[in-house]
Design a protein. Structure first.
Length: 254
């Protein structure tokens, strides 16, 4: 079987466990699945395979999250954040082609630095706030999210920073994140079919991670529905900080 030319049975089993944990975290805070997957999988697998592995679970779970309140609400979110999505898409497709020229350490640091910095600043109480949506700020954040997302498969931190700055409610933030990440995941599929990261054997590996990710997400959603806005925000930032530290460790120490 071609899959086992990429991963051993033991590595596959551990990958399924990582996918379950990633789904659980996503269910609780609405994001961080790619970060948990890429950091967890990169502990035992090459970074390119870790990136391929996160693509399909991310696409499926974000589609479900985006549509949790119905198609009408999802479409309204697309219209509201069309600048973010448009600019992010262009930057994602462009940066994805750089994946084959980056070293593994550069790959991990590219992801770890913005994740860690954002979480640390927010936990220190330095909150960025916007009184109203800004087309310029939205375009800049979308560009950063897309550029980082194309290289690493992760565009959550800039997105969460923008939504937090707008004081978005927990319910709306969960839906908007699902819409943005879902469309981003779809673009990621297209981008990495082109880059060669997602091909027959790596797509099979990614597909096998979908079911444990969905199972974990269901458990996380059960808890997410029972925590208030303040707890939700603190939990979100804690997840970001831990993920960022791990990626920095991997990027610096190998």
């Amino acid at each position: 079987m071609e899959l086992f030319s990429l991963v051993s049975p033991q590595e596959l089993y551990l990958s399924l466990v990582v996918a379950f944990v990633a789904g659980w975290v996503k269910g609780m805070v609405g994001f961080a699945m790619p970060m948990v997957l890429v950091s967890g999988l990169s502990m035992m697998l090459p970074p390119n395979l870790a990136l391929a592995g996160l693509i399909l679970p991310t696409l499926v779970t974000n589609s479900l999250q985006a549509l949790r309140e119905g198609r009408t609400a999802a479409v309204a979110s697309v219209r509201k954040f069309r600048v973010f999505l448009g600019v992010g898409l262009i930057c994602l497709l462009a940066s994805a082609q750089l994946i084959n020229v980056l070293s593994p350490k550069a790959f991990l640091l590219t992801l770890g630095v913005p994740v860690f910095f954002f979480a640390l600043v927010q936990l220190m109480g330095l909150r960025l706030t916007l009184q109203a949506p800004s087309v310029r700020v939205e375009a800049i954040v979308g560009a950063v999210a897309g550029a980082v997302g194309g290289i690493s498969g992760v565009w959550g931190p800039p997105t969460v920073a923008y939504l937090t700055a707008l004081n978005t409610s927990k319910k709306d933030q969960m839906r908007v994140q699902g819409v943005i990440y879902g469309l981003g995941a779809l673009a990621l599929v297209v981008a990495h079919v082109g880059s060669g990261i997602l091909r027959a054997e790596t797509a099979l590996f990614s597909a096998l991670l979908v079911l444990p990710a969905l199972a974990g997400m269901r458990g996380g959603l059960f808890l997410q529905d029972r925590i208030d806005q303040v707890q939700f925000r603190k939990l979100t930032l804690l997840v970001l900080l831990i993920a960022g530290l791990n990626l920095l460790r991997r990027g610096i120490l190998g």
